[in-house]
Design a protein around this ligand. Structure first.
Ligand SMILES: NC(=O)c1ccc[n+]([C@@H]2O[C@H](COP(=O)([O-])OP(=O)(O)OC[C@H]3O[C@@H](n4cnc5c(N)ncnc54)[C@H](OP(=O)(O)O)[C@@H]3O)[C@@H](O)[C@H]2O)c1
Length: 251
């Protein structure tokens, strides 16, 4: 098997200490990339650093804070030089009924899922190599209408709209912009929803029952899609959103 699909490529991954981001960081390292793992908690980054092998650094940065995005790109490029792959994956998903939506919930969700990636791209663009690639972790939620996920779904819909414009704006540089839309994936995300464990479990069962493949996906299954889209194997794939959802959005 060819284990160097990303040989010497420089990749920045946000939300890399957990779930999809961590699985992708591991896979990218295995494929020869130099990886900047970013997350908002240094202790979580230190913890995962112990289990990683390859050429990587960790940089603490809160994606929702503009200054942090600036510093992330500065420190990453100071260390590795220009960027080949920018994987904006960090995100939060806290369910809340529409009648209880409040400004804090809205701001936290949009600052993390929309403002953060948009400003990170702005900071990174001067340092992304021509022919490089930008990847977003989106979600199938904006194609459906899952109860309780109004603000989260709106944030991912906004990110999708943004990605389309970005695809057009970077075309002269040959930079490909793609998104991944996971369905329900088994990650620590569900433990961060501020909901009781039994409610989360019920919600999980509900999602799994709707998926044609009848189960949650794994972070590794999403990481495989990220590798494909980031690699030269996807050289003519641009502007898409690839569902990795066991068929949930298609039925
Ligand atoms: N799991 C699913 O079913 C699913 C489905 C569709 C889409 N997604 C999307 O997949 C992406 C990754 O989520 P996941 O499922 O892998 O969940 P996860 O394990 O919770 O990973 C999310 C990562 O983002 C980080 N993060 C959150 N807020 C941040 C901030 N302000 N600044 C920097 N990092 C921040 C988290 O840090 P902490 O560890 O500190 O929280 C964590 O590292 C998200 O964009 C999510 O919307 C997930």
């Amino acid at each position: 098997m060819n284990m160097s699909k990303l040989k010497n490529k420089v990749a920045i991954i946000t939300g890399a200490n957990s779930g999809i981001g961590l699985a992708t960081a591991k896979l990218f390292l295995k494929e020869g990339a130099k990886v900047v793992l970013s997350g908002r908690r240094q202790e979580a980054l230190d913890e995962v650093a112990k289990e990683l092998e390859g050429d990587f650094i960790t940089i603490r940065a809160d994606i929702s804070i503009p200054e942090d995005n600036k510093r992330l790109i500065k420190e990453a490029t100071n260390h590795y030089g220009n960027i080949d792959i920018l994987f904006l994956n960090a995100g939060i998903a806290k369910p809340i009924p529409t009648t209880e939506i409040n400004e804090n919930h809205f701001d936290e969700t949009f600052n993390t899922n929309v403002k953060g990636p948009i400003l990170a791209v702005k900071e990174a663009l001067p340092f992304i190599n021509d022919g490089g690639t930008i990847l977003f972790t989106n979600s199938i939620v904006h194609q459906k209408g899952f109860e309780g996920l109004a603000v989260y779904s709106a944030s991912k819909g906004a990110l999708r709209a943004y990605a389309r414009v970005l695809t057009s704006e970077v075309k002269s540089r040959g930079i490909r912009v793609n998104s991944i839309a996971p369905g329900p994936i088994e990650t620590p995300l569900y433990g961060k929803m501020d909901l009781p464990q039994d409610v989360v479990e019920e919600m999980g069962k509900g999602f799994a029952a709707q998926v044609p493949l009848g189960r949650f996906g794994t972070s590794e299954e999403v990481a495989n899609a990220a590798l494909f889209l980031a690699s030269d194997e996807a050289s003519y794939i641009n502007g898409i959103e690839l569902e990795v959802d066991g068929g949930l959005s298609q039925v």
